[in-house]
Design a protein. Structure first.
Length: 73
């Protein structure tokens, strides 16, 4: 790991918004795993699954934007 990637990682771990987004991303991921373990989903669960996937992607996009800003301020 290069010094730049270490300092970027440290910056991201210290960034409140990034940490909150990362925690939320993991929560969504955990819930999706629970849903995927079920053999059959109700209509509400199917909607929740779709919504969680979209929200996860939005969080990941925002996290990547923050990471890009850390590398290229």
């Amino acid at each position: 790991m290069t010094q730049d990637s270490v300092s970027t990682k440290e910056f991201l771990l210290e960034n409140d918004e990034y940490r909150k987004l990362d925690a939320q991303h993991h929560e969504f991921d955990d819930r999706l795993r629970m849903l995927m373990d079920k053999p059959i989903l109700s209509d509400d669960e199917q909607l929740e699954e779709t919504t969680l996937k979209k929200r996860k992607l939005q969080l990941k996009d925002r996290m990547e934007a923050i990471a890009r800003q850390a590398v290229h301020p």
